[in-house]
Design a protein around this ligand. Sequence first.
Ligand code: B16
Ligand code: MG
Length: 219
Amino acid sequence: ELQAVIFDLDGVVTDTAEYHYLAWKALGESIGVPFTREFNEELKGVSRMDSLNKILALGGKENSYSDEEKLELAKQKNDHYVELIKQVTPDDVLPGIRELIADIHAKGLKIGLASVSKNAFAVMDSLQLRDSFDTIVDAAKIRNSKPDPEIFLKAAEQLGVDPAACLGIEDAAAGVTSIKGAGMFAVGVGDSMTLAEADIVYASTAELSLDQLLVQYQG
Ligand code: B16
Ligand code: MG
């Protein structure tokens, strides 16, 4: 029986995935690495430093910067991202998500957040959603970012629930891999080819309904 639903943040609860994209694109272009939306898919759910390393590898620049310079580049991206998320308000919760959260509470299920973003608490505050979640994993305490299952396992542990009794919702391929690795039921939001590993994929958050998810989970 399903006991908990664990959400990804960027791209599921709100569209900050777009702000990550804009900030990485600007950084990539400032160091001469052409940046596409297609490549950006590979960064979703991936930690800040791992993302930077992927961008440097894309441009054949993995040996062009010292560790100190890399930290500075990552800081530049984050400063830009932090500037962009100042615009986030409670109106920016994606369609269907508030209703889904309310239905999860009404059914007496637990609700968690598994975001590898170190800005997750700030974004949740801006959305005024922090109190709606039973637990939020602190990304600073996670050793391995998605696709590693660590963050979803941590969320289940903090909720005191067996991972097999959890359903995870993700917009990123790395995130779906993380959910499946944790032994949970995976719901993808986005492109069904990109998220092929998920147990079920919906095109948008507006299509998510707890009743349907329960039917799928019980399969
Ligand atoms: P930060 P999620 C992830 O959040 C984003 O998808 C990814 O694009 C970002 O690089 C990562 O957080 C780290 O974010 O730089 O703010 O610590 O999808 O796990 O909610
Ligand atoms: Mg995401």
